[in-house]
Design a binder for this molecule. Sequence first.
Ligand code: ADE
Ligand code: SF4
Length: 389
Amino acid sequence: MLKKLSGWFQRQKRVLPWREALGSDSLTVPANLESKRRSKTPSSGQGSGANGAKLNPPIGAHRHPYRVWLSEMMLQQTQVVTVIPYFHRFLELFPTIEDLASAKEEDVMKAWAGLGYYSRARNLQKGAKHIVSQGKFPQSLEEWLEVPGVGPYTAGAVCSLSLGQYVPLVDGNVERVFSRLFCLSRKTLGEKQYRDEQWRLAKLAISKAEKLGLSAGDVNEGWMELGATVCTTKNPVCGLCPLQKNCTAFREERVTAFPEKKPKPEKIFLEEKVIALLDKKRRKVLLEDSTHRQWRKGLWDFPEALPVEFSTTANGRARKASNVALTESILKSKHVVTNHQISRETRVIFTEKRMIDSKGFAWVSLDHPERPLGAPSRKIIKLILERFF
Ligand code: ADE
Ligand code: SF4
């Protein structure tokens, strides 16, 4: 089964920027961070040059850990098509891990803005600082697990895809493939045993791969790729699957019964009210550093409305007092973060006066906000541009 899987992966894998072998840019396999500074010229291709040799990479192990780590962090919760442009931009802005470690947090957030789940971006920079402080990239699963924000999946991915180590990984794709191949029922097994079984199978597979002399990366990424392109959640294409003959669910015609659905956490509905002060003439809005808020730490957003600002009676007085122009408009938008459904009401207030220019606030251009923004504030900006210009 593993030979079929890794052969299929080698033939069918998608061309993705983080799958490029070394030699296509100036990075070399860094046994330590110094290597990069010493050799600015591309290594001659296989990642087995003077620096790479220290790592003694087995077959296929010539992907840079920085790129693999970055891509895997981005790919958690986010689709490949969305990640690609962010991945390129990130590497342009922070070509090496030292650049990332020493960057301003706001610049990192800005580069991440729109990808969501912003703790990943903060962790990424924490992780970069940790790695740089160690003076070299972690060389083992245990060392990778010490990097902030890196869990068993990410550690397994970097060690197998970049270092060629025979360590297991399980992500959502792998889980789906395993559940179908072996008809694993989370209801029968219970959540914990189901998860343990997934990891047991991944370990079994990767140690077999080692015995067979297959590449660790091809097998681990093979599972993921199969899950992402063939054994998909909806409409799996069993006709094109290299493992069809090994698949219990296919044989028993129970493919759609797996994976069994997770019991869903209850939906929580939240309402947010924000104020958009709009200076139409200058095409600017007032934004606030939202570090202190529950969501989207490290991003900028429209200021939260005080209850009084939304209550109509008091609103007249507030407007009068602050000399704000009279026209107003309400924009509505909805956003989902994990199990929270957030309804947002934005009160747009037209003004020509720059009343607030204190710390933590800034007038920014609608066309080039130049602040790290999350999806909700981007959406408001888009709505404002559509509605009022
Ligand atoms: N999803 C997350 N990481 C992946 C990878 N390396 N290949 C395919 N799908 C993935
Ligand atoms: Fe998935 Fe179908 Fe392949 Fe089984 S045969 S692993 S269900 S794609």
